[in-house]
Design a binder for this molecule. Structure first.
Ligand code: NAD
Ligand code: LMR
Length: 339
């Protein structure tokens, strides 16, 4: 049937690195903000992932409907919806991976930092609950501004005595997804074969795609690389503008979030060589305690932070240009959480 072929195509594409061993272990994935623009399609994609055995859908409202709907799909996981703070504990208990797309999205004219005042508080309360109910889960932070919400979660976990820097990830996969798509278009290479690391953070100039390391290689002119870089940095704004007040990227973000959560599940399950870019606690750049780069994900979360590799002069300049903004976003998050 059409349904079956779509389902197997999606699960093939999000599990294309294959399984470690049979049988596949039991894994609980919780999505916080599951009734939202990202949350709903992300719930669908995670329902199609055969590595998930329990899918827990939490939001302040609306999750019973999303859960009832998604639960009818004939794939492995058992789905439960939880609505309202009273049910947050049950939603989180026993979770191996917690994905957080809870919070308000941008409207035209806003920066991601303009979301700080609302989303910082949401992230703080959700991180507090995680430290209580599933302190060992791998946390996939999607809520913006990611450059600050990841440091906020780290501070909350530190205060609770549960912080493990290997288990906290800022999801920057959408930047990689965009860089791959835009590069394939200009380099005229098959998009499925493209790889592009993206480092730094997740906002404007802090997003730094390393097209000099892109594969397959293509000899693109400097002005093309410049334009590709700018388009990757402004990819979120491109969608916000096109949606004209109806929010930001949701569908491509759900795809990116599903890819990243799948990588976390594979890492937990012992699949070797699972490498994705992510914004994590890092010592690659002395003055930036959080930084996105390629990381190897394993049974305990971050197994290894890979080096940046060699950068072109243009990328070296980009790295210099991002430092002050990223540093102040990190400090803003830490300051908020320690108040
Ligand atoms: P949305 O408004 O459509 O959905 C957000 C959901 O969060 C809503 O259902 C809302 O009820 C829920 N929510 C609010 N407070 C909550 C709480 N305390 N607990 C649980 N759920 C809560 O927004 P969206 O388009 O899905 O975007 C969500 C967030 O993701 C935004 O902050 C957006 O900027 C961010 N985002 C990040 C990336 C990225 O690449 N990291 C990409 C796109 C969007
Ligand atoms: C994105 O990159 O699409 C997200 O961070 C949402 C936004 O505000 O741009």
């Amino acid at each position: 049937s059409i349904l079956r072929s779509v389902q197997s195509a999606v699960s093939r594409s999000i599990t294309r690195r294959g399984y470690a061993t049979e049988p596949v272990p039991e894994r609980k994935v919780a999505i916080l903000g599951a009734a939202g623009g990202i949350g709903q399609p992300l719930s669908l994609l995670m329902k199609l992932n055969p590595l998930v055995s329990t899918l827990s859908l939490y939001d302040i409202a609306g999750t019973p409907g999303v859960a009832a709907d998604v639960s009818h799909i004939n794939s492995r996981s058992q789905v439960t919806g939880y609505a309202g703070e009273d049910e947050l504990g049950k939603a989180l208990e026993g979770a191996d991976v917690v994905i957080i797309p809870a919070g308000v999205p941008r409207k035209p004219g806003m920066t991601r930092d303009d979301l700080f005042n609302i989303n910082a508080g949401i992230v703080k309360s959700l991180a507090t609950a995680i430290s209580k109910y599933c302190p060992h889960a791998l946390v996939n932070m999607i809520s913006n501004p990611v450059n600050s919400t990841v440091p906020i979660a780290a501070e909350v976990f530190k205060k609770a005595g549960t912080y493990d820097e290997k288990r906290l990830f800022g999801v920057t996969t959408l930047d990689v997804v965009r860089a791959k798509t835009f590069y394939a278009g200009k380099a005229n290479v098959p998009v499925a074969e493209v790889n592009v690391p993206v480092i730094g953070g997740h906002a404007g100039v802090t997003i730094l795609p390393l097209f000099s390391q892109a594969s397959p290689q293509a000899n693109l002119d400097d002005d093309v690389i410049k334009a590709l870089t700018a388009r990757t940095q402004d990819g979120g704004t491109e969608v916000v503008t096109a949606k004209a007040g109806k929010g930001s990227a949701t569908l491509s973000m759900a795809y990116a979030g599903a890819i990243f959560a799948d990588a976390c599940l594979k890492g937990l399950n012992g699949v070797p060589d699972v490498v994705e870019c992510s914004y994590v606690q890092s010592n690659l750049i002395a003055e930036l305690p959080f930084f996105a780069s390629k990381v190897r994900i394993g049974k305990n979360g971050v197994e290894e932070i890979l080096g940046l590799g060699s950068l072109s002069d243009f990328e070296k300049q980009g790295l210099e240009n991002l430092k002050s903004e990223l540093k102040s976003s990190i400090e803003k998050g830490i300051k908020f959480a320690s108040q």
